[in-house]
Design a protein around this ligand. Sequence first.
Ligand SMILES: Cc1ncc(COP(=O)(O)O)c(C=O)c1O
Length: 468
Amino acid sequence: MVYYKEFFQEWAAHQVLRRPSMKQSEPAFYRRLEQALDVHREKGALIILKPRWDDSVIDFTSSDFLSLSRSGRIRNAFMEELGSLGDDWRLSASGSRTQYGNYDYLRQVEDEIAAFHNAETAWVCHSGFFANISVLEAVALPGDAIVWDELSHASTVVGLRVSVAAHKLSFQHNNPDALRDVLTRLKTDDPAFARGDRSVLICVESVYSMEGDICPLREMVAVAKEVFPTGNAQFIIDEAHSNGIIGPDGAGLVQMLGLENEIAIRVHMCSKALASTGGVILCNKTVRATLAHFSRCLTYSGAPSVPMVASIRAAYQLLSSGQTAKEQGQLQANVRYFFQALLEHPDWEEALDEGLLSVPLAEEWEERSVHSHVIPIKVRPSHEAHLFGHLLIANINAYPISYPTVPKGTALIRLVFHAHNTREDIDYLLNTIGAWAIEMLVIERGESKNTVPAAQRQFLALQANGWK
Ligand SMILES: Cc1ncc(COP(=O)(O)O)c(C=O)c1O
C-alpha cells in the first residue's frame, strides 16, 4: 500500500471513539482512560505513532539532518568503533553511575566529548529529554528561580515540574528585554536574589525546535550579567538543533559565539544530526558533582550501555575529523536555495500577500550567516491538517504542528531540511504548497464549485472505499 493510504487508514482507525462501545463490566480503569482519549478522538486530534519509515516519501521531517543514518555512514562508523573494542566489552553497564556502572570506556568518551566542546566535563545519559529533566531536577536549589523562554521544549517543561525551584517564570520568546523584565522583577521582589543568596537558572535553546529561529544568546548573557552582576544568574542551553549543524565542526551555538565560559550548562542531543541516541550534559566540576548528588534521574538509573556510547563516539569522531563538513555545507545550501526559490515563486507571492501562509524566517534571510534546518510554514489553525494531507498525497512528508505543541491560535507545517534533499525536492515542495495555496484561495473567494479541498475529498473517498 502506498504510504499516504497507509497513513490515512491508520490515522482514521485511531480516531474512532472507543468508550461508547465499552461494556460496563470492563475495568473502570480502562474505561476512564478511553474516555480521556475520546476527548481528543472527537476532534480528530489523537496523537498516534506513525506507520513505518519509507524512504520513497520525500523527507522534510526526519531528524537525520546530515543524512548520516540514511547513508549508512553512522552504522559503518559504529561497527568500526565496536570492532576497535575487541572482545573485551560487556553489553550492559550493570549499574548506575554512582555504583557499578561508571566504566572506563564511558569516562574516556566523556573526556573526548568535553574536549571537543571546550567544556570542563561531559556527562553522557540516555536521551536529551532525560538530560534536560535531570539538570532541572538537580541544579535549582530550594528558593531558586527558573526562568524559561516561553517556547521551550517539552523536556524543559517536564523538568520544571520536577524541580524544587520556588519561582518558575517564562519570558517572551527570544526577547532579551522580556528576559530583563522578569529578572528585574525577581530582584526587586526578593532581596535574596539581589544579594546573590538565591540563583536564577535561565533556560534557552540554540535553535527553537518549532520556530527554527536562533537564540540571541550574546544579548541574553549581557542582560543576565547586567541585572545580576554577582553571577547568580546562569544559563542552561538546549543545543538539540545546533549540535552537528552550526559552530566549529558542528559544535553548537555556544562555541560559534565563543561563549563557553559564560554558559553554565549545555545540553547536546545525539538523536538528531548525530544520527545516534543519547544526551550530553556539558558543565564544570561543581555542576557535575551537583548532578551526581541531586539528580535522581541520573543516579537511580542504569548507565548507558557500551553500544550506545560507541555510537555516540562514532558520531563525534565523524564531526571532529571534519567528515561531516560536506553535509553541513549542503544543508546550508539547501536552506538558502529554499528561501531564494520561495521568494521568487509566483504562487507563494500571492499566498503570502493574502495572508494564507507566512514564513517568518524568509524575512531578511540573506542577512543571516547561518541557517537552521527547521523552517516553519505558518498557516491558519486547521489548515495545517489540510496542507499536511495535500503534501502526503503528493508523496512529501512534512509534519503539521498544532496546539498544544505550539501556542493556542497558531499552527504550522514544520519543514525540516537535510543534506539529502535535492533541489528538485525543494522545487517540488514549493510547487506543491503553492498549488495548495492557490486552491484554498479559489475556494475562499467562492470561485470553485468545491468547498472542500481536493486532499480532503480524496481522503473521504478512500475512507468510503475501504482504503482501496
Ligand atoms: C529542543 C529539543 N530538546 C530536547 C529534545 C529531546 O532530545 P532526545 O531525542 O535526545 O530525547 C528534542 C527532541 O525532540 C528537542 O527538539
